[in-house]
Ligand binder design. Sequence first.
Ligand SMILES: Cc1ncc(COP(=O)(O)O)c(C=O)c1O
Length: 443
Amino acid sequence: MNESGLGRARPASMSSFWMPFTNNRDFKTQPRLLVSAEGMYYKDVDGNQVLDGTAGLWCVNCGHAQPKIVAAVSEMVGTLDFAPTFQMGHPVAFELAEQLMEYTGHKFGHVFYTNSGSEAVDTALKMALAYHKARGEGGRTRLIGRERGYHGVGFGGLSVGGIGPNRKSFGPLLPGTDHLPHTHNLAKNAFSRGEPEHGMELADELERLVALHDASTIAAVIVEPVAGSTGVLIPPKGYLNRLREICTKHGILLIFDEVITGFGRLGAPFATDYFGVEPDMMTTAKGITNGTVPMGAVFSKKFIHDTFMEAPPGIELFHGYTYSGHPLACAASLATLQVFKEQQVLENARRLQPYWEDAIHSLKGLPHVIDLRSIGLVAGIELQSIPGKPGARAYNAFKKAFADGLLTRVTGDIIALSPPLVLEKQHIDEMFGKLAAVLKNLD
Ligand SMILES: Cc1ncc(COP(=O)(O)O)c(C=O)c1O
């Protein structure tokens, strides 16, 4: 490997890398190797162009190799490669925090840096517990998530998460959690555009959990405003408002996990803006640096932060990561915010949303398609499972699409699409043209 050829050749061996969330044995017999990326496209190891239908993994919202972000990270690494943020600081972390406050429209007062979505979730859950304890309600320890929720892979996020295969091998997880029912209802809501009509009343299940456990034991409820990794589950109309009302009524903190929806996915800065419902905390990651450098962040309302600041002098929160506020991540994030503004990324997403929605719904009637759903620049295509082989049909579609130059993401028998927000109509045409061809020829 020399400088210009870095990572461009097939690896001599693939046995040592234990790949995450991957069918390792299958992958290694037929690897899909990406070697470079620019704008809307990856290039694979054979030199083929691959249209990025998933913004990498829901993160490259401003497109690949964005020159401003590349330049900012390159400059930063040569200026300040690392600086600790425990009892120390560096200016870029503070500058970014101020700009992030502005980007949220000052709905939040403070931001705590992590390195991933999983860490952001565990941080927010710990903050919720510590907040209640600090105000003399230390009995509020119960954490409530939702079936089919995905909140990363830390023990906290897994415990409030609701995806069976992610949980089942890992023991009892955190004690004192519970789950709301998921909102997916194909019988009533199939082929919805945007928020489905039916299911708002499922938020009232929180009242049932309050009756069961008592509000004085419940610290927080965490939900994804739009559940992404479980297969694009869009909240029913009025559902999030109702959750907010019930949390407020019972003094329960509401956390929105915006790791996927944050930084423009719905054509608004965050889902909280899109739905007009404000949580007390918000977890983010992915798009915060356009995927270039790992970073996560927890946004908290001022009243939560201020409660900690009333403690006797000393460290207020015994929590943090070596790489919290890493200079490269901060530089990448500052540049990302600049690109959002200068290149009108959100405006582009909103402009193309109706075209996107029409394109996804044009797949109706193709073989095996039992639902199409979309919101912002996200789409879910649910396929009828092959009896006795759940997930096999969509996985096959994923492999065929990749062979045809399109990167998709599948979970169970749902294909999810979430392209970079800088796409143009021609990319939508290419994406759905390829996908339609795959679906027409799928067993
Ligand atoms: C809603 C949500 N929360 C948390 C996570 C975990 O993020 P990470 O993989 O960066 O730990 C994800 C990742 O997809 C996510 O979608």
